[in-house]
Each structure stands twice: as structure tokens, then as C-alpha cells.
Design a protein around this ligand. Structure first.
Ligand code: TXA
Ligand code: MG
Length: 338
């Protein structure tokens, strides 16, 4: 158990330099990005990076993303950059996207989990950017949650999971996008989305034409190319079912479960949630962007002992809805189709 230092960027001007000093010293510090909070460590220091795996309880075969402050720093970590990769980098950075590129070995081996490629990301968040600039080194950072739990979108989520296990936490308020970055493999001729996220397939195709989806995203039995995608993720404390169809159908399932003495929690859009009756209802928002931003907080709200089963509405898999449904499918234990 270590003493975790917590700073609030709004009230403490020294926060960023103190946090940067800890990172340069080989320690682990959590910080906000525009997607979710990340747990950072010096990506060139193998011992520092192993501190991340230890604090999160993360499987060692799951590679980390190296975060950088500038395009120049990004290119300093890779051995080559195709014209298509360069086009995507110019169009979408800084932003919620991670590029998988051939590694040149600058980062420690446990960052890439022994792969020949590395995931690099230039986030679009003032706190993350200032911190990365002040460090001047690439910072390896997975989401700052205990492995398997929903990713953290507030400093309190990080505190709940990692207090006592990390050196510091920079509280920069709630994150904006709410789901993680899009991971795109740019080592092939046609870019492949390995994880849907903050930048949508439609946006990418507008810039480079054809973009493919890793077949494993459609077919759960296929082995995914992003090693992290094979684990159960984002799991709430109690089982969750996805329920496709009308609010009447959802209400039928709720009633059936309540007859069986199950306390039912519901996650749905504002419109649907107003039509339902259950033991606890969380309205996720009016549109899909708001639903994405509130998703992980809602998953953490349902506590074992208060709720026995969560039912969640399904959403169209277009734009950021693709990322939302990807996370919901991974978080859920069953899918009731129409
Ligand atoms: O938005 C985000 O990406 C957040 C913030 C903190 O930047 N980070 C994040 O990291 O979500 P993490 O570790 O939770 O997820 C990284 C994903 C995993 O699925 C991992 O397997 C994949 O990216 N990944 C990383 N490096 C890779 C590589 N070289 N090849 C294929 N997949 C890779
Ligand atoms: Mg994660």
C-alpha cells in the first residue's frame, strides 16, 4: 500500500509539474484524457511500466498505448509511416484515436507485450497534453481501472479502483467522449479498426476511403488482433442483459424478473427510460454521444446487494454507437434479440 497523492488541476497550479516529476521518476500517475482516465508510466522504463500491470492486475500479454505530445514525438517511436497512416494522423490528431504502427524499439518491451508493432496516441485534453509536454518522454497508459472493470470517466472512479496502488492521481473533472480511443492498425495496405472508439469508421473513410473492421469484432469466436479485446471487460458488479426491441418488450422482461424476486436495474436512453418502471432506472442521455459519455459511470452505479440484474437497451451500431454497442456486448452476460 502506497500513499496516493491526489491533486485537483482547478485548485492547484503545481499539479502538473509534480505529476510529471513522479512520472519521470519511474512512478505511476493517473490523469484525464478526452476519452477515459489513463494510468501512466515512463514508456521507456521497463520497471515503471511493470508498475502499471501490477496496479491494474492486467494480463502481461495485453500491450499498452504510448501517449505523446507531438507528431514529431509520435514518429520517433516508429520505424516507418505509410502515406495513409500519415494522412490519418494529420486528420485526427490530437484526438481519440490510437495508431498501430511498426515499432522501432524505443519503448520498453513490456509496453508492446513483445509485438513488433506499437500503439501510439496523441490525446486531445489540455491536462494530458500539458503533462506529456512537461514529461518529454512517451507515457504508456492503459485505462486507469482495475482490469475487467468499466473504464474510469471521473477521478472518483480511479480513486475507487486504485487508491493505495499508484503514486498519484490528477483530477481534471469528468472526461468528454466517455469511450476509449479507436484503435486502428495502419501496418497493412488497408487500415483495420481493431477497436471501435471515439473516431468513427465513417469519419476515417472520409479521409482515406476504404477502412476495414477486424472480423473478430463481428464474430466473437474469432481471435481478435488487439490482444486486449479477448478479455471480458467493462463488467458491472451484477449480470447484465442487453434487450433489443420496444420499451413494451423491455417492460415485459422487467416484470417477469420482478415476479421471480429479482431487483431489476435499467439503463436506457432518456426517451425509453421515461416509459419504464423498475427498481432503479438510469437515463443515459438523449443522443448517442451523451449515452457514450455516461455509459461507464452508469455501469459502476449498480451495486451487488442492491440490484440483482441490469437490463440495458440496445442502440444502432452507427457512428459512436458502434463503440457503445461493442462495450455493451463485452460487459453483458446475455443478449435478448427480437
Ligand atoms: O482512449 C484510450 O485509448 C485510453 C486512454 C487512457 O488513452 N487507453 C486505453 O488503453 O483504452 P487500454 O490499455 O485500456 O486499451 C488499449 C487497447 C487494448 O485493446 C490493446 O490490446 C490494444 O489497444 N493495443 C495496444 N497496442 C497494440 C498493438 N501494438 N497491436 C494491437 N493492439 C494493441
Ligand atoms: Mg482498458
Amino acid at each position: 500500500m502506497v500513499q496516493t497523492k491526489r491533486w485537483n488541476v482547478q485548485t492547484n497550479k503545481m499539479t502538473i509539474s509534480e505529476a510529471a516529476a513522479l512520472l519521470k521518476d519511474g512512478q505511476t500517475v493517473a490523469f484525464p484524457t478526452e476519452t477515459v482516465y489513463g494510468l501512466g508510466a515512463d514508456a521507456t522504463n521497463e520497471t515503471a511500466v511493470s508498475g502499471i500491470f501490477e496496479a491494474k492486475g492486467r494480463p502481461e500479454d495485453n500491450p499498452l498505448i504510448a501517449h505523446v505530445a507531438t507528431k514529431k514525438q509520435l514518429t520517433s517511436l516508429v520505424s516507418s509511416l505509410s502515406p495513409i497512416a500519415e494522412k490519418l494522423i494529420d486528420a485526427f490528431t490530437p484526438g481519440p484515436i490510437t495508431f498501430v504502427l511498426p515499432s522501432n524499439g524505443t519503448c520498453a518491451e513490456n509496453v508492446t507485450a513483445g509485438l513488433s508493432t506499437i500503439g501510439v496516441r496523441l490525446p486531445d485534453h489540455p491536462v494530458a497534453n500539458k503533462l506529456l509536454k512537461e514529461c518529454g518522454i512517451p507515457i504508456a497508459a492503459p485505462s486507469a481501472n482495475v482490469s475487467g472493470k468499466p473504464s474510469p470517466t471521473t477521478a472518483d472512479h480511479v480513486w475507487t479502483d486504485l487508491n493505495g496502488k499508484i503514486a498519484g492521481l490528477v483530477d481534471g473533472g469528468p472526461t468528454g467522449v466517455g469511450v476509449e480511443s479507436t484503435v486502428i492498425d495502419c501496418t497493412q495496405e488497408i487500415p483495420i479498426i481493431l477497436r471501435p472508439g471515439g473516431i468513427t469508421k465513417e469519419q476515417l473513410e472520409q479521409v482515406v476511403g476504404k477502412v476495414m473492421l477486424d472480423p473478430a469484432l463481428a464474430n466473437v469466436s474469432e481471435k481478435p488482433k488487439a490482444p486486449g479485446m479477448k478479455y471480458r471487460h467493462y463488467a458491472p458488479e451484477v449480470p447484465m442483459w442487453l434487450v433489443e426491441g420496444s420499451s413494451e418488450k423491455m417492460q415485459e422482461v422487467i416484470n417477469d424478473q420482478r415476479v421471480q424476486q429479482n431487483r431489476v436495474g435499467v439503463m436506457a436512453s432518456t426517451l425509453t427510460s421515461h416509459k419504464l418502471e423498475a427498481d432503479r432506472i438510469i437515463s443515459l442521455g438523449v443522443d448517442i454521444a451523451e449515452i457514450a459519455a455516461n455509459l461507464y459511470d452508469a455501469l459502476r452505479e449498480f451495486k451487488d446487494g442492491e440490484i440483482d440484474l441490469i437490463l440495458c437497451e440496445t442502440f444502432p451500431e452507427t457512428s459512436i454507437g458502434e463503440a457503445v454497442m461493442n462495450r455493451l456486448k463485452k460487459a453483458s452476460t446475455d443478449y435478448l434479440k427480437e
